[in-house]
Design a protein around this ligand. Structure first.
Ligand code: SF4
Ligand code: SF4
Length: 195
């Protein structure tokens, strides 16, 4: 006797806070993706991503916006442009990653706020100092999170880094203000915004 095939049910996803139009703009950037995987194979940060870039484009085109916007993949994009240069379809993948960061930052949930704030503070620190000054970054992050207990959660990690000489309380050599990066960051922001 033949058994009945399993019933597959889909749970409706909550609509993204950014709205359907903004989402469609990102979907259009990757609509011609042929799933070759070159972007995933080229990405130096793919090992730490929860979705590979190739998977993420597919899910985006399937309309799985909630899962995509709550992944950490695009937050880990360091805009090296390897995928964009190698994509056989010539798709603007680095711009799509940047667009997803903007859309995810609009999500109202706590996890999205936390990731967006950390990313913003990290980039601000690099723009200001020319490299990451860990103590300053974390102080700004803690202040933005407004959770008085949060520093306690990071204390074990901080002590571990301090013991290994990876944390510089007084600022690492070369971590002073770098005045020349402002225009560069402004240019990248304008490119990412498509202006
Ligand atoms: S390299 Fe381009 S075509 Fe290939 S999977 Fe990535 S986005 Fe799609
Ligand atoms: S631009 Fe971003 S997603 Fe593309 S290869 Fe570089 S780090 Fe990976």
């Amino acid at each position: 006797m033949r058994t009945a095939p399993p019933v597959i049910t889909f749970t409706p996803e909550p609509p993204p806070a950014c709205g359907a139009k903004a989402l469609a703009e990102v979907q259009n950037m990757v609509r011609a993706c042929m799933q070759c995987g070159t972007c995933s194979g080229s990405c130096p940060n793919a090992f730490a991503m929860d979705l590979t870039p190739r998977q993420m484009w597919r899910m985006l085109l399937f309309g799985l916006a909630h899962e995509v916007l709550h992944s950490r993949t695009f937050w880990l994009c360091s805009a090296c442009y390897s995928c964009t240069l190698r994509c056989p379809r010539g798709l603007p993948l680095t711009s799509a990653m940047a667009a997803l960061k903007r859309l995810a930052a609009a999500e109202p949930d706590f996890a999205s706020h936390r990731k967006a704030l950390f990313y913003e503070e990290f980039m601000h620190n690099v723009e200001k100092r020319g490299r990451v000054r860990e103590t300053e970054l974390m102080l700004h992050y803690f202040a933005g999170m407004r959770d008085p207990l949060l520093p306690l959660k990071y204390t074990p990690l901080g002590l571990k880094l301090l013991r290994k000489g990876k944390l510089h309380l007084g600022g690492a050599p070369g971590a002073g203000r770098v005045s020349g990066l402002g225009p560069l960051f402004a240019k990248v922001r304008s490119m990412e915004a498509g202006t």
